[in-house]
Write a protein that binds this ligand. Structure first.
Ligand code: ATP
Ligand code: MG
Length: 455
Protein backbone atom coordinates (compact mmCIF):
# COMPACT_ATOMS: atom_id res chain seq x y z
CA UNK A 1 0.00 0.00 0.00
CA UNK A 2 1.40 3.44 -0.84
CA UNK A 3 0.33 5.77 1.94
CA UNK A 4 0.83 9.47 2.18
CA UNK A 5 -0.10 11.81 5.03
CA UNK A 6 -1.44 14.48 2.70
CA UNK A 7 -4.11 16.50 4.48
CA UNK A 8 -7.48 16.74 2.77
CA UNK A 9 -10.19 18.92 4.28
CA UNK A 10 -13.25 16.72 4.77
CA UNK A 11 -16.68 18.33 5.22
CA UNK A 12 -18.49 17.52 8.50
CA UNK A 13 -21.19 15.41 6.82
CA UNK A 14 -18.50 13.10 5.39
CA UNK A 15 -16.86 12.88 8.83
CA UNK A 16 -20.23 11.73 10.12
CA UNK A 17 -20.34 9.00 7.44
CA UNK A 18 -16.89 7.75 8.53
CA UNK A 19 -18.08 7.63 12.17
CA UNK A 20 -21.26 5.72 11.31
CA UNK A 21 -19.49 3.06 9.22
CA UNK A 22 -16.45 2.66 11.49
CA UNK A 23 -18.44 2.44 14.71
CA UNK A 24 -20.43 -0.35 13.03
CA UNK A 25 -17.10 -2.15 12.45
CA UNK A 26 -16.47 -1.40 8.76
CA UNK A 27 -13.70 0.31 6.79
CA UNK A 28 -14.51 3.45 4.81
CA UNK A 29 -12.59 5.69 2.40
CA UNK A 30 -13.43 8.73 0.32
CA UNK A 31 -12.63 7.99 -3.32
CA UNK A 32 -13.00 9.48 -6.78
CA UNK A 33 -13.55 13.04 -7.92
CA UNK A 34 -13.66 14.63 -4.47
CA UNK A 35 -10.09 13.60 -3.66
CA UNK A 36 -8.83 14.48 -7.15
CA UNK A 37 -10.46 17.90 -7.16
CA UNK A 38 -9.50 18.71 -3.56
CA UNK A 39 -5.84 17.84 -4.20
CA UNK A 40 -6.01 20.14 -7.22
CA UNK A 41 -7.56 22.96 -5.19
CA UNK A 42 -10.76 22.66 -7.22
CA UNK A 43 -12.98 21.84 -4.26
CA UNK A 44 -15.57 24.38 -5.45
CA UNK A 45 -16.21 22.08 -8.39
CA UNK A 46 -17.03 19.04 -6.29
CA UNK A 47 -20.63 18.03 -6.74
CA UNK A 48 -20.71 14.74 -4.91
CA UNK A 49 -18.67 12.64 -2.53
CA UNK A 50 -18.15 8.97 -3.26
CA UNK A 51 -17.23 6.56 -0.47
CA UNK A 52 -15.94 3.02 -0.70
CA UNK A 53 -16.53 0.64 2.19
CA UNK A 54 -15.97 -2.93 3.30
CA UNK A 55 -19.67 -3.12 4.28
CA UNK A 56 -22.16 -4.74 1.94
CA UNK A 57 -24.90 -2.39 0.77
CA UNK A 58 -27.33 -4.00 3.22
CA UNK A 59 -24.87 -3.46 6.07
CA UNK A 60 -24.31 0.12 4.96
CA UNK A 61 -28.03 0.72 4.83
CA UNK A 62 -28.61 -0.76 8.28
CA UNK A 63 -25.78 1.26 9.86
CA UNK A 64 -27.06 4.59 8.52
CA UNK A 65 -30.72 3.89 9.27
CA UNK A 66 -29.82 2.93 12.84
CA UNK A 67 -27.90 6.21 13.10
CA UNK A 68 -31.05 8.07 12.01
CA UNK A 69 -30.20 8.93 8.35
CA UNK A 70 -32.24 8.23 5.24
CA UNK A 71 -30.83 5.82 2.67
CA UNK A 72 -31.84 5.28 -0.98
CA UNK A 73 -31.12 2.09 -2.90
CA UNK A 74 -29.66 3.83 -5.96
CA UNK A 75 -27.53 1.03 -7.41
CA UNK A 76 -27.62 -2.06 -5.23
CA UNK A 77 -26.69 -4.33 -8.18
CA UNK A 78 -23.22 -2.88 -7.97
CA UNK A 79 -23.27 -2.30 -4.23
CA UNK A 80 -24.27 1.38 -4.12
CA UNK A 81 -26.64 3.16 -1.77
CA UNK A 82 -27.06 6.91 -1.38
CA UNK A 83 -27.09 8.29 2.13
CA UNK A 84 -28.46 11.72 2.97
CA UNK A 85 -26.65 13.58 5.75
CA UNK A 86 -27.43 17.23 6.51
CA UNK A 87 -29.10 17.48 3.08
CA UNK A 88 -25.93 16.23 1.33
CA UNK A 89 -26.15 13.06 -0.75
CA UNK A 90 -23.24 10.70 -0.37
CA UNK A 91 -22.80 7.62 -2.58
CA UNK A 92 -21.50 4.67 -0.61
CA UNK A 93 -20.32 1.63 -2.60
CA UNK A 94 -19.01 -1.70 -1.39
CA UNK A 95 -15.40 -2.48 -2.38
CA UNK A 96 -15.69 -4.28 -5.68
CA UNK A 97 -13.83 -5.72 -8.62
CA UNK A 98 -15.46 -5.87 -12.01
CA UNK A 99 -15.70 -9.16 -13.88
CA UNK A 100 -15.28 -9.65 -17.62
CA UNK A 101 -16.69 -7.08 -20.02
CA UNK A 102 -17.99 -8.52 -23.28
CA UNK A 103 -19.99 -5.54 -24.52
CA UNK A 104 -17.63 -2.58 -23.81
CA UNK A 105 -20.34 -1.20 -21.55
CA UNK A 106 -21.23 -3.29 -18.53
CA UNK A 107 -19.22 -5.79 -16.53
CA UNK A 108 -20.77 -9.24 -16.98
CA UNK A 109 -20.44 -9.78 -13.27
CA UNK A 110 -19.63 -7.58 -10.31
CA UNK A 111 -17.93 -9.23 -7.40
CA UNK A 112 -17.22 -7.64 -4.13
CA UNK A 113 -13.69 -7.22 -2.84
CA UNK A 114 -12.18 -7.11 0.60
CA UNK A 115 -9.59 -4.34 0.31
CA UNK A 116 -9.50 -0.75 -0.88
CA UNK A 117 -6.50 -1.61 -3.11
CA UNK A 118 -8.55 -4.16 -5.06
CA UNK A 119 -11.30 -1.58 -5.41
CA UNK A 120 -8.91 1.09 -6.72
CA UNK A 121 -7.63 -1.30 -9.40
CA UNK A 122 -10.99 -1.21 -11.26
CA UNK A 123 -11.01 2.59 -11.52
CA UNK A 124 -10.40 4.34 -14.83
CA UNK A 125 -7.59 6.89 -14.51
CA UNK A 126 -4.81 7.09 -11.94
CA UNK A 127 -6.05 10.51 -10.83
CA UNK A 128 -9.38 8.85 -9.91
CA UNK A 129 -7.79 5.84 -8.21
CA UNK A 130 -7.04 7.67 -4.97
CA UNK A 131 -8.60 6.92 -1.60
CA UNK A 132 -8.40 9.11 1.49
CA UNK A 133 -9.07 8.57 5.16
CA UNK A 134 -8.80 11.42 7.69
CA UNK A 135 -6.48 9.40 10.02
CA UNK A 136 -4.86 6.89 7.64
CA UNK A 137 -4.08 9.39 4.86
CA UNK A 138 -3.97 8.86 1.11
CA UNK A 139 -3.84 5.49 -0.65
CA UNK A 140 -2.28 6.00 -4.04
CA UNK A 141 -1.10 2.72 -5.59
CA UNK A 142 -0.88 4.04 -9.17
CA UNK A 143 0.85 7.38 -8.71
CA UNK A 144 -2.32 9.43 -9.14
CA UNK A 145 -1.05 12.32 -7.00
CA UNK A 146 2.10 12.56 -9.12
CA UNK A 147 -0.03 12.48 -12.30
CA UNK A 148 -2.13 15.33 -10.89
CA UNK A 149 1.09 17.29 -10.41
CA UNK A 150 2.26 16.41 -13.92
CA UNK A 151 -1.24 17.17 -15.19
CA UNK A 152 -1.50 13.92 -17.08
CA UNK A 153 -4.32 11.42 -17.73
CA UNK A 154 -3.14 7.83 -17.55
CA UNK A 155 -5.24 4.69 -17.22
CA UNK A 156 -4.92 2.34 -14.30
CA UNK A 157 -3.35 -0.70 -15.96
CA UNK A 158 -3.12 -1.54 -19.65
CA UNK A 159 -4.82 1.22 -21.69
CA UNK A 160 -6.20 -0.94 -24.56
CA UNK A 161 -7.66 -3.42 -22.10
CA UNK A 162 -9.24 -0.74 -19.90
CA UNK A 163 -10.93 0.95 -22.88
CA UNK A 164 -12.01 -2.40 -24.35
CA UNK A 165 -13.70 -3.19 -21.00
CA UNK A 166 -15.66 0.03 -20.89
CA UNK A 167 -15.78 2.50 -23.77
CA UNK A 168 -17.28 5.19 -21.53
CA UNK A 169 -13.75 5.69 -20.19
CA UNK A 170 -12.76 7.05 -23.62
CA UNK A 171 -15.34 9.83 -23.31
CA UNK A 172 -14.51 10.36 -19.64
CA UNK A 173 -10.88 10.85 -20.70
CA UNK A 174 -11.93 13.58 -23.15
CA UNK A 175 -14.08 15.33 -20.56
CA UNK A 176 -11.35 15.24 -17.90
CA UNK A 177 -9.01 16.84 -20.46
CA UNK A 178 -11.59 19.60 -20.90
CA UNK A 179 -12.45 20.01 -17.21
CA UNK A 180 -8.90 19.77 -15.83
CA UNK A 181 -6.72 20.91 -18.71
CA UNK A 182 -4.60 17.74 -18.48
CA UNK A 183 -2.76 16.14 -21.35
CA UNK A 184 -2.85 12.43 -22.11
CA UNK A 185 -0.04 10.02 -21.41
CA UNK A 186 0.88 8.85 -24.96
CA UNK A 187 -0.08 5.17 -24.60
CA UNK A 188 -3.41 6.19 -23.04
CA UNK A 189 -4.16 8.55 -25.93
CA UNK A 190 -3.15 6.01 -28.57
CA UNK A 191 -5.47 3.46 -27.01
CA UNK A 192 -8.33 5.98 -26.91
CA UNK A 193 -7.91 6.62 -30.63
CA UNK A 194 -7.61 2.94 -31.46
CA UNK A 195 -10.76 2.03 -29.49
CA UNK A 196 -12.84 5.10 -30.38
CA UNK A 197 -15.42 3.20 -32.45
CA UNK A 198 -16.45 1.29 -29.33
CA UNK A 199 -18.10 4.48 -28.06
CA UNK A 200 -20.88 3.78 -30.60
CA UNK A 201 -22.09 0.99 -28.30
CA UNK A 202 -22.78 3.41 -25.43
CA UNK A 203 -26.27 4.60 -24.57
CA UNK A 204 -27.06 8.10 -25.77
CA UNK A 205 -27.78 9.21 -22.18
CA UNK A 206 -24.24 8.35 -21.12
CA UNK A 207 -22.77 9.94 -24.25
CA UNK A 208 -24.73 13.19 -23.90
CA UNK A 209 -23.88 13.38 -20.19
CA UNK A 210 -20.15 13.20 -20.99
CA UNK A 211 -20.40 15.59 -23.94
CA UNK A 212 -22.23 18.14 -21.78
CA UNK A 213 -19.39 17.94 -19.26
CA UNK A 214 -16.84 18.09 -22.10
CA UNK A 215 -18.24 21.26 -23.67
CA UNK A 216 -18.68 23.02 -20.33
CA UNK A 217 -15.08 22.36 -19.27
CA UNK A 218 -12.84 25.38 -18.75
CA UNK A 219 -10.12 23.95 -21.04
CA UNK A 220 -12.53 23.09 -23.84
CA UNK A 221 -10.60 24.92 -26.57
CA UNK A 222 -7.50 22.76 -26.24
CA UNK A 223 -9.50 19.63 -25.49
CA UNK A 224 -11.71 20.01 -28.56
CA UNK A 225 -8.73 20.36 -30.89
CA UNK A 226 -7.03 17.41 -29.21
CA UNK A 227 -10.08 15.13 -29.00
CA UNK A 228 -12.01 15.80 -32.22
CA UNK A 229 -10.66 12.59 -33.72
CA UNK A 230 -11.43 10.49 -30.63
CA UNK A 231 -14.94 11.97 -30.46
CA UNK A 232 -15.57 11.41 -34.18
CA UNK A 233 -17.78 8.31 -33.78
CA UNK A 234 -20.18 10.19 -31.49
CA UNK A 235 -19.75 13.63 -33.11
CA UNK A 236 -18.88 12.84 -36.76
CA UNK A 237 -20.25 16.21 -37.90
CA UNK A 238 -17.23 17.97 -36.38
CA UNK A 239 -14.66 16.18 -38.52
CA UNK A 240 -15.28 18.32 -41.62
CA UNK A 241 -14.41 21.47 -39.64
CA UNK A 242 -10.85 20.40 -38.93
CA UNK A 243 -8.43 22.08 -41.31
CA UNK A 244 -11.28 23.74 -43.21
CA UNK A 245 -9.65 27.01 -44.26
CA UNK A 246 -12.12 29.90 -44.26
CA UNK A 247 -10.09 31.92 -46.84
CA UNK A 248 -11.79 35.06 -45.64
CA UNK A 249 -10.51 38.36 -44.26
CA UNK A 250 -12.87 37.98 -41.31
CA UNK A 251 -11.14 34.86 -40.06
CA UNK A 252 -7.71 33.87 -38.83
CA UNK A 253 -8.53 30.28 -37.83
CA UNK A 254 -9.89 27.20 -39.57
CA UNK A 255 -13.53 26.44 -38.75
CA UNK A 256 -12.66 23.96 -35.99
CA UNK A 257 -10.31 26.29 -34.17
CA UNK A 258 -12.72 29.20 -34.58
CA UNK A 259 -15.48 26.97 -33.15
CA UNK A 260 -13.23 25.91 -30.27
CA UNK A 261 -12.60 29.57 -29.39
CA UNK A 262 -16.28 30.46 -29.61
CA UNK A 263 -17.18 27.60 -27.26
CA UNK A 264 -14.39 28.65 -24.90
CA UNK A 265 -15.51 32.31 -24.97
CA UNK A 266 -19.09 31.58 -23.88
CA UNK A 267 -20.21 31.06 -20.25
CA UNK A 268 -20.02 27.41 -19.18
CA UNK A 269 -23.72 26.53 -19.64
CA UNK A 270 -24.83 23.65 -21.91
CA UNK A 271 -27.34 25.73 -23.93
CA UNK A 272 -25.00 28.44 -25.15
CA UNK A 273 -22.04 26.07 -25.40
CA UNK A 274 -23.99 23.66 -27.60
CA UNK A 275 -25.04 26.58 -29.78
CA UNK A 276 -21.41 27.66 -30.00
CA UNK A 277 -20.28 24.14 -30.93
CA UNK A 278 -22.87 23.93 -33.72
CA UNK A 279 -23.05 27.52 -34.97
CA UNK A 280 -20.72 27.06 -37.96
CA UNK A 281 -21.07 23.31 -38.47
CA UNK A 282 -22.83 24.01 -41.80
CA UNK A 283 -19.93 26.05 -43.18
CA UNK A 284 -18.21 23.32 -45.23
CA UNK A 285 -21.56 22.52 -46.88
CA UNK A 286 -22.40 26.20 -47.49
CA UNK A 287 -18.97 27.09 -48.85
CA UNK A 288 -18.77 28.86 -52.20
CA UNK A 289 -15.32 29.91 -53.43
CA UNK A 290 -14.67 32.66 -55.90
CA UNK A 291 -11.32 34.29 -56.73
CA UNK A 292 -9.71 32.53 -53.79
CA UNK A 293 -12.20 33.95 -51.29
CA UNK A 294 -14.71 31.71 -49.51
CA UNK A 295 -18.29 32.75 -48.78
CA UNK A 296 -20.68 30.90 -46.49
CA UNK A 297 -24.06 32.43 -47.32
CA UNK A 298 -26.89 30.45 -45.72
CA UNK A 299 -24.59 28.54 -43.38
CA UNK A 300 -26.71 29.14 -40.23
CA UNK A 301 -29.67 27.28 -41.77
CA UNK A 302 -27.42 24.38 -42.78
CA UNK A 303 -25.96 24.39 -39.26
CA UNK A 304 -29.53 24.11 -37.96
CA UNK A 305 -30.19 21.05 -40.15
CA UNK A 306 -26.97 19.33 -39.15
CA UNK A 307 -27.33 20.38 -35.51
CA UNK A 308 -30.90 19.07 -35.28
CA UNK A 309 -29.82 15.64 -36.49
CA UNK A 310 -26.93 15.56 -34.07
CA UNK A 311 -28.92 16.65 -31.00
CA UNK A 312 -31.83 14.31 -31.81
CA UNK A 313 -29.43 11.40 -32.21
CA UNK A 314 -28.01 12.13 -28.76
CA UNK A 315 -31.52 12.23 -27.28
CA UNK A 316 -31.84 15.85 -26.15
CA UNK A 317 -35.34 17.11 -25.35
CA UNK A 318 -37.29 18.82 -28.15
CA UNK A 319 -37.40 22.02 -26.06
CA UNK A 320 -33.63 22.10 -25.55
CA UNK A 321 -33.02 21.35 -29.23
CA UNK A 322 -35.29 24.20 -30.35
CA UNK A 323 -33.56 26.63 -27.98
CA UNK A 324 -30.08 25.66 -29.20
CA UNK A 325 -31.20 25.90 -32.81
CA UNK A 326 -32.86 29.30 -32.28
CA UNK A 327 -29.41 30.57 -31.26
CA UNK A 328 -27.63 28.82 -34.13
CA UNK A 329 -30.14 30.18 -36.66
CA UNK A 330 -29.72 33.76 -35.46
CA UNK A 331 -26.03 33.86 -34.58
CA UNK A 332 -25.09 35.80 -37.71
CA UNK A 333 -28.05 38.21 -37.78
CA UNK A 334 -27.20 41.81 -37.08
CA UNK A 335 -29.06 43.35 -34.15
CA UNK A 336 -28.53 47.11 -34.07
CA UNK A 337 -27.84 48.64 -30.66
CA UNK A 338 -31.21 50.36 -30.49
CA UNK A 339 -34.26 49.77 -28.31
CA UNK A 340 -36.40 49.05 -31.37
CA UNK A 341 -34.02 46.40 -32.69
CA UNK A 342 -33.62 44.75 -29.28
CA UNK A 343 -37.39 44.62 -28.72
CA UNK A 344 -37.88 43.18 -32.21
CA UNK A 345 -35.31 40.47 -31.45
CA UNK A 346 -37.02 39.75 -28.12
CA UNK A 347 -40.39 39.50 -29.86
CA UNK A 348 -38.91 37.04 -32.38
CA UNK A 349 -37.64 34.93 -29.47
CA UNK A 350 -41.19 34.86 -28.00
CA UNK A 351 -40.10 37.21 -25.24
CA UNK A 352 -37.56 34.72 -23.84
CA UNK A 353 -35.06 37.10 -22.23
CA UNK A 354 -32.75 34.26 -21.12
CA UNK A 355 -32.52 33.12 -24.74
CA UNK A 356 -31.78 36.68 -25.85
CA UNK A 357 -28.97 36.94 -23.29
CA UNK A 358 -27.58 33.62 -24.57
CA UNK A 359 -27.76 34.97 -28.13
CA UNK A 360 -25.76 38.04 -27.11
CA UNK A 361 -23.21 35.80 -25.37
CA UNK A 362 -22.90 33.68 -28.51
CA UNK A 363 -22.55 36.68 -30.81
CA UNK A 364 -19.95 38.20 -28.49
CA UNK A 365 -17.95 34.97 -28.36
CA UNK A 366 -18.18 34.68 -32.15
CA UNK A 367 -16.91 38.26 -32.60
CA UNK A 368 -13.98 37.61 -30.24
CA UNK A 369 -12.94 34.59 -32.32
CA UNK A 370 -12.71 36.49 -35.62
CA UNK A 371 -9.58 38.06 -37.10
CA UNK A 372 -8.35 40.78 -34.66
CA UNK A 373 -9.47 43.67 -36.89
CA UNK A 374 -13.06 42.34 -36.90
CA UNK A 375 -13.49 41.95 -33.15
CA UNK A 376 -15.12 45.36 -32.60
CA UNK A 377 -18.61 43.82 -32.73
CA UNK A 378 -17.97 42.72 -29.16
CA UNK A 379 -18.89 46.25 -28.08
CA UNK A 380 -22.23 46.09 -29.89
CA UNK A 381 -23.05 42.84 -28.06
CA UNK A 382 -22.27 44.48 -24.71
CA UNK A 383 -24.48 47.43 -25.67
CA UNK A 384 -27.35 45.05 -26.49
CA UNK A 385 -27.32 43.73 -22.93
CA UNK A 386 -27.32 47.26 -21.49
CA UNK A 387 -30.31 48.09 -23.68
CA UNK A 388 -32.10 44.94 -22.50
CA UNK A 389 -31.67 46.09 -18.88
CA UNK A 390 -33.15 49.48 -19.76
CA UNK A 391 -36.13 47.88 -21.52
CA UNK A 392 -36.82 45.56 -18.58
CA UNK A 393 -36.44 48.40 -16.05
CA UNK A 394 -38.89 50.57 -18.02
CA UNK A 395 -41.26 47.58 -18.47
CA UNK A 396 -41.50 48.31 -22.20
CA UNK A 397 -43.50 45.58 -23.98
CA UNK A 398 -42.00 43.12 -26.42
CA UNK A 399 -44.71 40.41 -26.28
CA UNK A 400 -48.48 40.55 -26.77
CA UNK A 401 -49.02 39.97 -23.06
CA UNK A 402 -47.06 43.15 -22.25
CA UNK A 403 -49.55 45.30 -24.17
CA UNK A 404 -52.05 47.62 -22.46
CA UNK A 405 -54.76 46.06 -24.66
CA UNK A 406 -55.80 42.39 -24.53
CA UNK A 407 -57.77 39.86 -26.59
CA UNK A 408 -61.09 40.65 -24.94
CA UNK A 409 -60.67 44.37 -25.67
CA UNK A 410 -59.91 43.58 -29.31
CA UNK A 411 -63.01 41.33 -29.62
CA UNK A 412 -65.13 44.09 -28.01
CA UNK A 413 -63.91 46.40 -30.77
CA UNK A 414 -65.32 44.00 -33.41
CA UNK A 415 -62.49 41.58 -34.26
CA UNK A 416 -63.84 38.04 -34.76
CA UNK A 417 -62.76 35.61 -32.01
CA UNK A 418 -60.04 33.26 -33.34
CA UNK A 419 -56.76 33.83 -35.19
CA UNK A 420 -57.68 37.42 -36.13
CA UNK A 421 -57.33 38.40 -32.46
CA UNK A 422 -53.66 37.39 -32.47
CA UNK A 423 -53.16 39.27 -35.78
CA UNK A 424 -54.63 42.45 -34.26
CA UNK A 425 -52.48 42.16 -31.13
CA UNK A 426 -49.35 41.45 -33.23
CA UNK A 427 -50.04 44.56 -35.30
CA UNK A 428 -50.47 46.55 -32.08
CA UNK A 429 -47.22 45.17 -30.68
CA UNK A 430 -45.34 46.07 -33.86
CA UNK A 431 -46.77 49.59 -33.70
CA UNK A 432 -45.64 49.98 -30.07
CA UNK A 433 -42.16 48.62 -30.81
CA UNK A 434 -41.87 50.91 -33.84
CA UNK A 435 -42.96 53.80 -31.61
CA UNK A 436 -45.97 54.48 -33.84
CA UNK A 437 -48.36 54.00 -30.90
CA UNK A 438 -48.10 54.48 -27.13
CA UNK A 439 -48.61 51.45 -24.92
CA UNK A 440 -51.82 52.86 -23.40
CA UNK A 441 -55.34 51.48 -23.71
CA UNK A 442 -56.65 54.67 -25.38
CA UNK A 443 -53.90 54.75 -27.99
CA UNK A 444 -54.18 51.06 -28.76
CA UNK A 445 -57.98 51.16 -29.04
CA UNK A 446 -57.57 53.87 -31.70
CA UNK A 447 -54.85 51.86 -33.36
CA UNK A 448 -56.97 48.67 -33.52
CA UNK A 449 -60.00 50.60 -34.81
CA UNK A 450 -57.85 51.97 -37.64
CA UNK A 451 -56.40 48.48 -38.21
CA UNK A 452 -59.94 46.99 -38.52
CA UNK A 453 -61.05 49.62 -41.02
CA UNK A 454 -57.92 49.11 -43.13
CA UNK A 455 -58.66 45.36 -43.54
P1 ATP B 1 -17.22 13.96 -11.15
O1 ATP B 1 -16.44 15.16 -10.77
O2 ATP B 1 -17.93 14.09 -12.46
O3 ATP B 1 -18.11 13.39 -10.08
P2 ATP B 1 -15.79 11.49 -10.78
O4 ATP B 1 -14.42 11.06 -11.18
O5 ATP B 1 -16.08 11.52 -9.31
O6 ATP B 1 -16.07 12.88 -11.46
P3 ATP B 1 -18.02 9.69 -10.94
O7 ATP B 1 -18.84 9.33 -12.14
O8 ATP B 1 -18.65 10.37 -9.78
O9 ATP B 1 -16.80 10.55 -11.50
O10 ATP B 1 -17.32 8.34 -10.48
C1 ATP B 1 -16.65 8.21 -9.22
C2 ATP B 1 -15.41 7.38 -9.39
O11 ATP B 1 -15.77 6.07 -9.87
C3 ATP B 1 -14.40 7.91 -10.39
O12 ATP B 1 -13.53 8.86 -9.86
C4 ATP B 1 -13.66 6.65 -10.77
O13 ATP B 1 -12.75 6.27 -9.77
C5 ATP B 1 -14.77 5.60 -10.79
N1 ATP B 1 -15.41 5.46 -12.11
C6 ATP B 1 -16.48 6.11 -12.59
N2 ATP B 1 -16.79 5.69 -13.83
C7 ATP B 1 -15.89 4.74 -14.14
C8 ATP B 1 -15.68 3.89 -15.27
N3 ATP B 1 -16.48 3.98 -16.34
N4 ATP B 1 -14.67 3.02 -15.22
C9 ATP B 1 -13.87 2.92 -14.13
N5 ATP B 1 -14.00 3.69 -13.04
C10 ATP B 1 -15.00 4.58 -13.03
MG1 MG C 1 -17.98 11.93 -8.47
Amino acid sequence: MSLDRTFVDIPPYAQTAFEVLESAGFEAWIVGGFIRDTLMGRSDNVRDIDMATSATWRETKRAFIEAGFSVHETGTDHGTVTVVIERHALEVTTYRVDGMYTDSRHPDTVSFASTIEEDLARRDFTINALAYHPCKGLVDPYGGAADIEKRVLRTVGDPPQRFAEDALRILRGCRFASQLGFDFEPATFDAMRAAKSKTLALSRERVSHEIDLFITGSHVHDALLRCVDVLAPVLPELVALEGFDQKSVFHCYDVLEHTAWVVHNTPAHPLVRWAALLHDIGKPAACYESDGVRHFRGHPEISVIIGRGLLQRLGYSPKFIEQVLALVRRHDERIAATRKAVKTALRDLNGDTALFIALCQLKRADAMAKAPEYRMRVQTCDALLDILSEILAAEEPFTRSGLAINGNDVIALGVAPGPEVACALDAALDAVIEEEAENSLDDLVSFVEAWISSR
